[in-house]
Design a protein around this ligand. Structure first.
Ligand SMILES: Nc1ncnc2c1ncn2[C@@H]1O[C@H](COP(=O)(O)OP(=O)(O)O)[C@@H](O)[C@H]1O
Ligand SMILES: [Mg+2]
Length: 286
């Protein structure tokens, strides 16, 4: 990523004026529940890859300690939006973010925000389990050691994180074995343990169960439900059934990178405002 709107070195002034004048054309999505104390607020967020615009004026308020699902057809910008929350798009050279993304009222794109520290507060779990080629223990301890925690504390925190990730029972006594020797479902729970060990507030999950079998998937779904007691979870899923099962709120993105409707999950699946959303969830397209 090269810049955001506030970085005047990389974005010519003329471009800022042009965008500013069109910003009002991007309405709030249908629904848009009032969230009294949002953890994350997206304001007129655009994301570009080179000259291609992947997201258009995303307006969204994500509630605390709930599960918010992002659904929509492939290529509609779900992963792009998720990555913009903890600045993972920074790692993509051609990506550029324009607009505002607030975490507890602080714009994460401000110059004084350290993206590495931000990602400890807003952790991420990916589609394909990606444990480090290290022991189970070291995978989970990784973020804690970076934070400079004492060894004694690390032991306790590793066990707590494994327990919260519903993995401790299965790996107790073998924490020195390689994380790569676990099954796919266990590896994904290990990655969840690694993400929660540094005590984040938000966990972003990008199709965390789509590479897993049904039994492993159901364990992850149960786990997400438990995690929402302590964390704010934002999950991308291509499975509408999964969104309906596990989320409190659902945001429907549609082709072209527009957030069309965002509301209580029940409302989205039972009585959406938008005909396009209705067509999508009833399988008429996508
Ligand atoms: N690293 C990238 N470089 C260029 N274009 C990308 C990149 N990642 C995603 N895109 C494009 O951005 C759009 C949104 O992609 P993505 O956020 O991955 O959608 P989704 O997760 O909903 O499938 C797509 O058109 C995709 O091709
Ligand atoms: Mg994706």
């Amino acid at each position: 990523m090269t810049a955001n709107r506030r970085d005047s070195q990389s974005v010519p002034t003329a471009e800022i004026d042009e965008r500013g004048s069109t910003a009002a054309a991007d309405d709030r999505p249908l629904g848009s529940p009032r969230v009294s104390n949002p953890v994350i607020e997206s304001r007129d967020l655009d994301v570009f890859y080179g000259d291609t615009q992947a997201l258009h004026g995303i307006e969204m308020e994500i509630p605390e300690q709930q599960v918010t699902a992002l659904i929509g057809p492939s290529g509609c910008g779900k992963s792009t939006f998720l990555r913009s929350i903890n600045r993972m798009n920074d790692l993509i050279d051609v990506a550029r973010v324009d607009g505002d993304l607030y975490f507890h009222g602080k714009n994460v794109y401000d110059d004084d925000v350290d993206p590495v520290a931000l990602r400890r507060k807003i952790g991420m779990v990916f589609q394909k389990p990606n444990p480090f080629p290290k022991s189970i223990y070291d995978n989970v301890a990784y973020g804690l050691r970076v934070q400079g925690k004492d060894d004694g504390d690390v032991d306790e925190m590793v066990r707590t994180a494994l327990e919260q990730a519903a993995l401790l029972d299965e790996v107790d006594g073998q924490l020195e074995e390689s994380g790569l020797d676990l099954s796919g479902g266990q590896q994904q729970r290990l990655c969840i343990a690694r993400a929660i060990a540094p005590d984040p507030e938000v966990i972003l999950m990008d199709e965390p169960a789509s590479a897993l079998d049904p039994v492993a998937t159901s364990k992850i779904e149960d786990l997400i439900d438990d995690l929402a007691e302590d964390y704010t979870v934002v999950i991308v899923t291509h499975s509408m059934q999964q969104a309906a099962r596990i989320s409190d709120k659902t945001a429907v993105f549609l082709t072209g990178g527009h957030l069309v409707e965002f509301d209580d999950t029940e409302k989205i699946f039972e009585n959406p405002e938008s005909q396009q959303v209705e067509d999508y969830i009833t399988g008429k397209f996508g």
